[in-house]
Design a protein. Sequence first.
Length: 202
Amino acid sequence: MLGRLSLFQQTSHLRVCLYPFLSCRYHIYDPVHDLLYAGTETGGIHISNDLGGSWPPFLQTDNRVPIRDIVVSKTGTVYVATAGAGVFISDSQGETWNNVGPIDAIFQDIDLHDSRMQIYAAGKGSVQFWDGMNWSQAGTNSNPFSSKKVTAVAVDDVSGLVFAAAPGLGIYALVNGWWKPMGAGLPVGVINTLHAEGGNVY
């Protein structure tokens, strides 16, 4: 997956909106098509092709499903997680969108296993996995998140390892279908974002 970028620096997520009039929560930069994407609290995606000079709307939900995350693949395909309508995908720079569900799903975060075009999503009580056709629960052998809201998820594209975090649990890694806690010294409070690369998680 391409590193998420703010207007000025590379980052895992940009949670502070640089354009308050959009009421946005996330920005991401698509270097393939030189586009900036912004997700709003009112369920919209705005796209700028002029370095933030203008922000026309390209995706409008029914105003009840805030945008919670935006991910761009190496080829420029855009994946959008919502809090109430699952995931939307666009491979046309936002001109058209496909809602791949799940129906009414509330996701806090998503990440992409880019080489396989698979999605992992942080949901209520579990991490959900999309294989390009269907959704299922990630980690069929164990689920430490059953009574928690998963707040962050990250995929190391090289190793394929998946990491997830939930309040009070710290960080877990998905190994051979089992969620394994990741050592001592990790915070157990609310972890809002994760990034995995080169076998490491940040």
